[in-house]
Design a protein around this ligand. Structure first.
Ligand SMILES: [Zn+2]
Length: 383
């Protein structure tokens, strides 16, 4: 399967200037392409084909005095920027026509130099390479120093060079990796993603985000408050902006590490992992959206999914059509009402449930039922 391997880059000052130029050119091509498509649409013309668009905003544009500087960067970088735009449109159309599942997709937006993340992509035919001295050779940029925290398992098919909001540079390689099946495990688990806990497992375990993550998050909130009090255009404001950006990257790095650790553990210990389908329960569209986003569930679920595939485990999202909190996981009776603040409840059958652990058990049961019935439609447990 294809995986991303990320490494920190340390470009020299002239290389940073060349990268800034490449980020800028890729952005301009992307935006020119988006503008052309929007104008065609506004004029009632058909969707511009990819080849036609490429000719217009790259090949022809380079010949004009306004866009002649596009020739200063690798042509592949420009083509890849347009490829991103084309993919965004294809996903949008697939979502509108219903062939793509999941939540609705927003139309592509213009890119800005103020975006938190600047990125360009080099494919193999851009002739990027790793030098004998271990540097990353990028066309029209130079040989950039890399901190290799681990080896690459195979020759990468592409590399994305990223500059984050804290001014750090990264190389993200796409590589083909071999599957590494693990010995069969006896356990299976259902996971309820909650707001009071990061996750509650069907065996009753409750997983909270680690303390250090809370601490950085608290410092980030304070830094954001401090920033809001600084005068616009002042030197102090600039410093406060940089501090917030640095803390942001620390929070997201710490969260990613935590997600990696937890997902690796869950995949190692369980033969099957079932979660609720977040796109279905609509939580992300409610007022809880911010906490949902902060918890970074989609990142975590994506890790579970690829690790399961890599290690021969089952991972499945369960449609949450059933009232997972109100359904008794012992007898199948449904409680009449269940205010959000009810943490524990007793069923008519005598079972006493922890709200979240009961939901996780129901997710496990639904996941098993769907798996057994894999050839047909959804099986609903008898009420
Ligand atoms: Zn019951």
């Amino acid at each position: 399967m294809q995986l991303r391997y990320n490494f920190r880059l340390y470009p020299a000052p002239p290389q940073r200037a060349a990268l800034a130029r490449a980020f800028g050119c890729a952005r301009v091509v992307f935006n020119d392409g988006l503008r052309a498509r929007r104008e065609a649409r506004a004029a009632g013309l058909p969707h511009l084909p990819d080849g036609e668009l490429s000719k217009r905003v790259i090949t022809e544009a380079k010949k004009t005095p306004e866009r002649a500087w596009l020739g200063e960067v690798s042509a592949v970088v420009l083509q890849q920027a347009l490829a991103d735009l084309n993919t965004a449109y294809r996903n949008l159309f697939a979502s509108l026509s219903g062939t793509r599942k999941g939540p609705g997709i927003a139309p592509p937006r213009f890119r800005s130099r103020k975006d938190n993340r600047q990125a360009i992509r080099f494919t193999r035919n851009a002739r990027f390479s790793i030098t004998a001295g271990g540097k990353l050779r990028l066309p029209k940029i130079g040989d950039v120093r890399v901190r290799w925290s681990r080896g690459l398992p195979s020759e990468p098919s592409s590399v994305t060079v990223i500059k984050d909001s804290a001014g750090r540079y990264f190389a993200s390689f796409v590589v083909e990796t071999a599957d590494e099946p693990l010995p069969e495990a006896a356990a299976e688990v259902g996971i309820d993603l909650g707001l009071t806990h990061f996750a509650v497992l069907s065996d009753g375990r409750k997983i909270t985000s680690p303390k250090f993550l809370h601490r950085v998050e608290r410092r980030l909130r304070k830094a954001q408050q401090a920033l809001s009090r600084k005068q616009k255009g002042s030197a102090n404001r600039r410093k406060a902006v940089a501090r917030v950006a640095r803390l942001h990257t620390r929070v997201s790095d710490a969260r990613r590490d935590y997600h990696h650790k937890l997902s690796t553990e869950l995949i190692r210990d369980n033969q099957a992992v079932y979660v609720e389908d977040l796109a279905v329960n609509g939580l992300a569209r409610t007022r809880l959206a911010k906490s949902v986003h902060d918890a970074g569930w989609s990142q975590f679920l994506a890790m579970l999914e690829y690790k399961a595939e890599r290690h021969g485990r089952t991972f499945a999202k369960v449609d949450r059509w059933f009232p997972s909190s109100k359904l008794c996981s012992e007898c199948g009776a449904v409680a009449e009402s269940m205010p959000l603040n009810t943490r524990e409840w007793a069923c008519v059958c005598g079972a006493v449930h922890d709200r979240d652990a009961n939901a996780a058990k129901n997710i496990l049961a639904a996941g098993r039922a769907e798996r057994l019935n894999a050839c047909g439609g959804t099986v609903r447990p008898a009420a």
